[in-house]
Design a protein around this ligand. Structure first.
Ligand code: AGP
Length: 689
């Protein structure tokens, strides 16, 4: 649930100030992953007395004398709060220690971290980089969880280590120092390489992690490794003369190369794209070592004594820098809401052909899916809601029972999954821990596992048998908006592909395919409600609570609309199935509690009309969302507020209907003065159970 980043410049002079700014900027791009504290490590000046004594108070001087002659203890800065508070504190600390920001380094390795606390409260002490102890001989930034850290900690304490933080991460740099010291004591100086230290550390770790190591014993080198969490290597070669970008196509090319270059490690592509488009998605159990401008990759294997060397090709990133910038918008959530006509177009690009749907990632498995006894949708939060929106259409077109599972609940119950099932895993990030654990569970039970994700190279994409990328583009706001609508569209296309063998539904399928082509235009129309939703938000600014009633295709809209309001506007809101109204929720209805009823035109319309009447009879404070032209039939004497939206095919209507709710949540948040893109206590991808 954290963001990790590293920057190494090789054979190209970079001033300390420049290096700091690259690290800070990397963290800004990753801040959405966690934003309660952050930290960086950079090089000090050689054997600076300031750094040797810094904060250690014990054997710092003695430990420093064990460092190589060309090394000095790295400087570590950590701060609670958002990235900007780290930036301020770093500049004031370097000022106080009189560190020269204009000093130039032809080679330098810096690491950085932004945190979403799991073990220990947000504080400088618990922030990363975590250290091996005096003189920061080994420093580590970590995304993930070390599950056996307590055992490791006890062992290390018995060997004389003292711990300063409450984190699980701190065992890693201390273990690295333990391994290093042991090898050096047994075999003497220069006998153990950085990658030998790291692979030995990996051998001891259990859990899911992406790690970047920096060490005073191996100056100007970096090592990154991972098991579970995503980690990317970015490579930017600089020509000798103009420092302009030039393409690498193979990591092999980097193994004997003194050309100037900049190398990056990052938790995701967002922090890399502004530097380079050449990247490598590091795979599980790979140890990527940067030394002397070369990149070498070892594949760690538990069974084997020695990891094997592997060669990987770089990929070229298909993402534009604009995607990670706000442009003319005030917030990422606002930008992402408004770019939905475009993101939906991208989601459908090349997939609708001659009245049929072509999903390359699924075509070889359609037969198996059609023969499934059951299709199970599995996800969390917004991704679950998107699947719920798609469920009726998939049931209708496939004729197969479709059940819904919240990933955590499935795991808690260890619910039955069989070989004859198709399990569809939906996750924007592809890294949500509960969803991934449910995936392992379903794989273990022999089900066909299908992935629906926005993140190429994510664990979900790699671990499922087949799947479809939603191609919504980078979503940075913690509140998922454009990914939700793209997920629904992908699942609608899946339903069309699965049901394509049935003559009886051909006309229906063709109508939906036409509807899909038209959808981006309709989304542009509904976005014109922005001002109206801002006015509605003004009228709701002081209310304590909001209910949203939906049914059929729009039960999901009620859940998702309420989720948006609660997660960013920090207002209690609940989405409810309108059919359940009389079985409890009706007791809440009075003149003050605002209730949004989704009553767009579909097979449930008359039932929703009756819900509206019953709420009226109890003097409910109603806001009705209806299809254009239906205002008078849902709200006879202008007795309630009406939101009119464009009418589209019933199964696509949730894509339209959620947009006013997204706009409402956005404006409520701004008006209530809360953080839109980084809501309290949340982070974009939830990589812990
Ligand atoms: C949505 O706004 C939330 N950020 C959250 O519910 C999210 O959808 C959930 O955590 C699942 O994430 P995923 O799609 O990346 O798996």
């Amino acid at each position: 649930m954290c963001g990790i980043f590293a920057f190494l410049n090789y054979n190209v002079a970079r001033e300390r100030r420049y290096i700091l700014e690259v690290l800070f900027n990397g963290l800004r791009r990753l801040e959405y992953r966690g934003y309660d504290s952050s930290g960086i490590a950079i090089d000090a000046d050689l054997r600076s007395p300031v750094t040797i004594d810094k904060g250690e108070g014990n054997d710092g001087g003695e430990e420093a004398s064990r460092l190589p002659y060309n090394s000095a203890p790295p400087l570590v800065f950590r701060q609670e709060g958002k990235i900007e508070s780290l930036v301020r504190s770093v500049y004031s600390e370097v000022d106080a220690m009189d560190l020269n920001l204009e000093k130039s380094f032809s080679v330098h390795a810096g690491i950085a971290h932004t945190r979403w606390a799991t073990h220990g409260v947000p504080s400088p002490r618990n922030s990363h980089p975590q250290s091996s102890g005096a003189c920061n001989e080994f420093l580590v930034v970590h995304n993930g969880i070390i599950t056996n850290y307590e055992v490791l900690k006890e062992t290390l304490i018995r060997h004389g280590f003292t711990f300063e933080s409450e984190t699980d991460t701190e065992v890693i740099p201390k273990l690295a120092k333990f391994v290093f010291d042991k090898a050096r004591d047994e075999e003497g100086e220069q006998t153990v390489t950085f990658s030998q230290v790291v692979t030995e550390v990996m051998r001891q770790l259990e859990g899911a992690y992406a790690l970047i190591f920096k060490s005073a014993h191996y100056p100007n080198e970096l090592i990154a490794c991972k098991r579970g969490s995503t980690l990317i290597l970015g490579v930017k070669e600089l020509s000798d003369d103009k420092n302009s970008g030039k393409l690498f196509h193979d990591v092999k090319a980097l193994t004997k190369d003194e050309k100037p270059k900049e190398l990056f490690f990052s938790s995701d592509l967002c922090a890399i794209v502004e530097h380079t488009k050449n990247y490598l998605a590091i795979e599980d159990n790979e140890v990527v070592h940067i030394k002397d401008g070369c990149v070498s990759i070892l594949k760690f294997d538990y069974g084997r004594e020695k990891p094997a060397s592997v060669q990987r090709a770089l990929s070229v990133l298909e993402m534009e820098v604009e995607q990670i910038k706000k442009g003319n918008y005030d917030h990422f959530m606002q930008k992402e809401i408004h770019e939905q006509p475009h993101s939906l177009t991208t989601t459908m690009r090349g997939r609708l052909k001659d009245n049929s749907v072509v999903l390359g990632g699924l075509k070889d498995h359609l037969k198996t899916i059609r023969h499934s006894r059951r299709i199970i949708f599995i996800g969390c939060g917004t991704s679950y809601n998107a699947a719920l929106a798609a469920r009726p259409f998939l049931e209708e077109l496939s004729g197969i029972p479709v059940t819904m599972e919240l990933a955590s609940d499935l795991l808690d119950r260890q619910g039955p999954i069989y070989r004859e099932d198709t399990a569809v895993f939906v996750s924007q990030s592809g890294e949500t821990a509960d969803t991934l654990l449910a995936l392992e569970y379903a794989l273990g039970n022999g089900a066909l596992c299908v992935g629906v994700t926005n993140t190429v190279g994510s664990t979900l994409a790699r671990r499922t048998h087949c799947g479809v990328h939603i191609n919504a583009g980078c979503e940075i706001g913690v509140a998922s908006t454009k990914a939700y609508t793209s997920q629904i569209v992908v699942m609608a296309m899946m339903a069309l592909a699965i049901g394509a063998d049935k003559i009886s539904t051909q006309a229906r399928r063709e109508a939906i395919i036409n509807g899909l082509s038209d959808l981006p235009k309709k989304v542009s129309e509904v976005l014109k409600l922005d001002g109206e939703m801002r006015d509605l938000a003004k009228s709701l600014i002081d209310t304590q609570s909001l209910l949203v009633f939906g049914r059929g295709y729009n039960y999901a809209t009620a859940l998702e609309g309420a989720l948006k309001v609660k997660e960013v506007a920090l207002m209690h809101s609940e989405g409810m199935l309108a059919g359940e109204m009389k079985h409890g929720p009706l007791a809440l209805v009075d003149e003050t509690l605002p209730i949004i009823v989704i009553a767009t035109h579909d097979a449930c319309f008359s039932k929703q009309q009756s819900v509206i009447q019953q709420l009226h009879a109890r003097k409910g404070r109603l806001i009705v969302m209806c299809s254009e032209g239906d205002a008078t039939s849902v709200c006879p004497m202008g007795s309630c507020r009406v939101i009119e939206v464009p009418q589209v095919a019933d199964c696509l209507q949730p894509v339209i209907n959620i947009i006013p709710m997204q706009l409402l949540a956005y404006h409520l948040t701004v008006l209530r003065g809360y953080d839109v893109d980084q809501p309290r206590n949340l982070a974009k991808s939830v990589t812990t159970e």
